[in-house]
Design a protein around this ligand. Structure first.
Ligand code: ADP
Length: 316
């Protein structure tokens, strides 16, 4: 069967080692860590041994190299990652606050990620995709949305499938063009992976049960709602399955939703039961939050099996 393919930004993350507010004073930082939601997602797919490719762009610089080397090492096809000599790989500085919030400084303006384009290499990778995973964060880039909307019907026509993680900033839905882009992807989604308020934002229903019913009626086949440390719930036409999360100490939440989604998807494609898919995905999310760096906690199946055997689950 075909590769899982995603399209979107690659960047590095540089993290403060102490809690505090912002970057107004000098402090000890660690990184660069490979990052970008689509990159974390596809790295997790590769770690699980499933064929994987990403369509993206980086600068001709060390921040790009650090990402490309990691993705390659973890089994991801990076032939469709363009290297732009004239643009830098973007970076994000993050600092955690004592209340659990995060402060960011993004250096993404004019970065290579904004130059993702439908190159011949991108088209070759998309032409052989068995599954397209759409990340909301990339949809405002016109070339990304163009590739997504052109690929969806082609993939479906050859029996492939589509998943969608909105990972959205609310402003994106206030823009009518942005909202239309999101709705058009949602209409073609087989597996929808919202977290928190995204469920109500996309269904227009505040009540969880009504929100799920509305999305299933709109043609979404499966919905997996991510609930942070409480775990996750799966919904389809035959009903609902809840799975409590694992009890771990959260050190860095970035990347949990991406490694969760990748793991659920791969397990589902391997025909595992919904319960097993949720358990593996919760394990992947939980492992991610225990490690500093968004991509440092991605997992193989052997690592997930060992983690599941050794880690208690929370109250249902
Ligand atoms: P997102 O990162 O997309 O907002 P969540 O925060 O819900 O999504 O995290 C995704 C998944 O990662 C959760 O469904 C859960 O399985 C796991 N996870 C996240 N935070 C924790 C935590 N503190 N303890 C255990 N598991 C967690």
């Amino acid at each position: 069967e075909g590769k899982i393919v995603t399209i979107g930004e690659i960047l590095v993350e540089i993290m403060a080692t102490t809690l505090g507010h912002g970057f107004l004073e000098a402090q000890t930082l660690i990184g660069p860590f490979p990052s970008g939601a689509p990159a974390i997602f596809i790295d997790q797919v590769g770690k699980l041994g499933h064929p994987a490719a990403i369509v993206s762009a980086v600068g001709d610089d060390d921040f790009g190299t650090v990402n490309l080397e990691r993705l390659k090492q973890d089994g991801v096809d990076v032939s469709a990652v363009a290297i732009h000599p004239g643009a830098a790989t973007g970076s994000a500085f993050v600092r955690y606050r004592p209340d659990g919030g995060r402060d960011f400084v993004f250096n993404m303006r004019d970065s290579a990620a904004g130059r993702i384009a439908a190159t011949p290499e991108a088209q070759a990778v998309l032409a052989e995709a068995g599954h397209l995973h759409v990340m909301g964060s990339g949809l405002p880039v016109p070339a990304v949305f163009g590739m997504v909307s052109a690929s969806i019907p082609a993939i479906k026509a050859r029996g492939g499938t589509v998943s969608f993680d909105p990972n959205i900033r609310v402003e994106m839905l206030r823009d009518p063009a942005g909202k239309a882009a999101f709705q058009s992807v949602l209409a073609a989604t087989d597996l929808f992976l919202p977290s928190g308020e995204e469920l109500s934002l996309f269904s227009g229903e505040a009540d969880e049960g009504r929100a799920i019913a509305a999305l299933l009626d709109a043609g979404v086949q499966e919905i997996v709602l991510k609930r942070g440390k409480a775990g996750a719930s799966h919904f389809d036409r035959s009903g609902r399955t809840d799975m409590p999360g694992f009890v771990v100490e959260e050190i860095d939440p970035t990347g949990a939703g991406d490694s969760f989604g990748a793991t659920f998807l791969v397990a589902r494609r391997l025909d595992k039961s919904v319960e097993d898919c949720l358990r593996y995905a919760n394990a992947a999310g939980a492992r991610t939050v225990t490690v500093k760096g968004p991509m440092e906690g991605t997992s193989s199946f052997a690592e997930l099996d060992a983690f599941i055997a050794a880690t208690p689950v929370g109250a249902a």
